[in-house]
Every structure is written in C-alpha cells, then in structure tokens.
Design a protein around this ligand. Structure first.
Ligand code: PHE
Length: 345
C-alpha cells in the first residue's frame, strides 16, 4: 500500500477524532475544522498535491480514496453543523418562551383630580373668551403679595391673610393676586389673563378650611374697561359652568386692591334660587371676589390709570368644586382616598 493511502486513512482517523471533540460546540468551531481539513492550506489539499509524484497506475486508486475521504469529511461537517444549529434553535426557543395563557397585567388607569378638572374647566371657559393663562410662584415676595396690592404692613388684611414667612421679605402667597402684579409689570395692555394656582394661609384644617387651597385669578386691563365688562364676563362664566339659567348677584365689598369691590354670588346650583340646605335658605352662593383694579395698583406696575382701566376677580376653586359635585368636606380633596377619587372618572 502506498504511503499516500496510509496518510489518507490516518487523516480520516484524525478527522473522526476531531469531530468527536467538537460535538456540541458552536458553529464557529465547525468552520475551523473545515479550514483545517478541507481548506486550501488543509491536510487533504497537501496530500492531493503530492499525488502527481505517484506512478500513473496507482493514481486512480489513491484518487478514489481521496474523494471518499473528502466526502466523508464534508458530510461529517455538514451533519455536525446541522445538529449544532438545531440545538442552538431549541435553546433559543426555550429561553424566549412566552406563555400566552398566563393572565395579563391589569393597567391601572388614573383619573384627573376633581380640583384639576374644575380648574381646567374654568380656565377653558375664559380661554374661550380670549384670555390666556399666566402663572406665578407659590413662594412670593411680600412686596407682590401685599405691598404693591396696597396692603402695607399693619393693614388689617394682613391678619385675615396670615401666612407662612420664608424670610422677612418672602412668603407663601396667600392669594393669586400677586400674579396680577407680575403680569402688569411684564406686559403692556391690552391684558387678559387667568392665573390658576395654590395659595396658603395659616388656617386650621376643618370641613370648610384648608391651609392650602386653590384660586383662579382673572385680570383684564385695557382702554375703557368698565364694571359692565366685569359683570358680562362673570355672567358668561357662571352660565357656562353652572348652566344657562344661572344668575349672578354683586354685593358691595372691600378689597384693598380693587375699587369699587364686590363679592359675587350665583343662584344656588342645588335649588336654582328658591332656597335649600346647600345655600342655607339664601338661594345664592358666594363664589368669588372681584372689582375694578385700583388706580394705585396700576400705577405701582407702571400703567397709567388716566389711560387704562381694568377689572380683576378671584375664584375659590375648592368652593366651586364642592358645589359642582356636592362634596361637603374639603378634606376629601387632599386625602388621596381612591374610593373618593374614582368617582370623578
Ligand atoms: N385675592 C382676593 C382674595 O383672596 C380675591 C380677589 C381677587 C378680589 C381679585 C378682588 C379681585 O380674597
């Protein structure tokens, strides 16, 4: 038997050993084997190259054997590759498995807070009348919250609006009226804004009072603005929010930053004006304070009261929401009890 025949069967043997070791490995390892045994610089190739030196009558037999060894190696590698690939696929299927019969996770859907709903509703009524939205900080300068609104130190209004002092000159705002000051200092008339936000007073928490509550301020400044514009705007607001039949009533009042000033009532949303428990037999419910912007306030903000006039109002959000939804205790709004909040879906 020629040396080459021996070499071929040795090669077949080494291949079988090598392929046995690679079982279960990656497809990369199979590729390495292919290069090693069948590649251009592989062992089979070098054996085939030396075939030229054989006597002619030996060549066919050796050539046949070489072909058998090549086929053996090729089909061995192919089979191994197939096994490895199917193993890999099975593993992937196992790892990626999703059990579609498992119960799903319920997504909890939140709801808007009733106060947010009322604020949005009121603001959109005014936006419909051409107002834009303005905001100011809750930590406010004493100067803006009191001083420029004509509530100097020692003024009795400071007692009814006692608050939390951050420093001597900075407070938690007691009303949204300082946003009037900010807007008038920054913008020139015509001005038409509503300003929703939180306000603070050092009141004890009970069924109708909270140290933190919400207001919506309104401010209009232009040439020739009158009390008639104030009444018309508030009438429209009341009807849109509480129904077409709602009437408003103005009672004289006093605020340091408006002149004249008034408190505004609307016909009771419960009885429509005949008198019931909700309105304590009055037929009317107070919803806001308002008035014509005091000339001194305009002047404090650099607006000439000889040229411009304006009106302002402040709506209590909690009070309005309690009326709208028939809520009798203000504390419901702040306790985050889902049984309460879910009713406003
Ligand atoms: N800021 C006043 C209050 O909190 C309400 C108000 C606003 C009155 C604007 C007149 C004009 O009581």
């Amino acid at each position: 038997m020629s040396d080459l025949k021996q070499e071929l069967s040795r090669l077949r043997h080494t291949f079988d050993e090598a392929i046995g070791v690679v079982q279960g490995h990656s497809s990369q390892a199979v590729e390495q084997l292919r290069v090693q045994f069948l590649g251009k610089k592989g062992e089979l190739t070098s054996i085939l190259r030396s075939m030229g030196q054989l006597p002619a009558d030996e060549r066919p037999a050796v050539g046949q054997l070489a072909n058998q060894v090549r086929e053996h190696m090729e089909s061995g590698l192919e089979g191994l590759l197939a096994t490895i690939k199917s193993n890999e696929r099975e593993l992937r299927l196992k790892l990626d498995r999703i059990d579609v019969t498992l119960p799903g996770q319920r997504l909890l859907q939140g709801t808007r807070h009733p106060l947010t709903k009322v604020i949005d509703e009121i603001c959109s009524v005014f936006v419909g009348m051409g107002f834009s939205i303005a905001e100011g900080p809750e930590v406010e300068l004493d100067e803006y919250n009191f001083e420029l609104l004509r509530i100097p130190e020692g003024h009795p209004a400071r007692d009814t609006q006692d608050t939390f002092y951050i420093t001597d000159s900075m407070v938690l705002r007691t009303q949204t009226s300082p946003v009037q000051i900010r807007v008038m200092k920054e913008q020139k008339p015509p001005i038409k804004v509503v300003c929703p936000g939180k306000v603070y007073r050092s009141d004890a928490l009970d069924a109708t009072h909270s140290p933190i509550f919400h207001q919506i301020e309104g401010l209009v400044v232009d040439r020739g603005v009158t009390m008639g514009d104030l009444v018309g705007s508030l009438q429209l607001f009341a009807r849109q929010l509480f129904g077409e039949k709602t009437e408003i009533r103005l009672r004289p009042h006093h605020f340091p930053f408006t002149e004249p000033s008034c408190e505004v009532d609307i016909t009771c949303w419960s009885c429509g004006g005949t008198g019931c428990r909700t309105c304590k037999g009055e037929g009317w419910i107070e919803v806001l304070g308002a008035g014509m912007v005091h000339p001194g306030v305009l002047r404090n903000c650099g607006i000439d009261p000889e040229v411009y006039s304006g009106f302002a109002f402040g709506i209590g959000v909690e009070r309005t929401a309690m009326g709208r939804y028939g809520i009798d205790d203000i504390r419901n709004f702040y306790e985050n009890d889902l049984r309460f909040l879910r009713q406003f879906r």
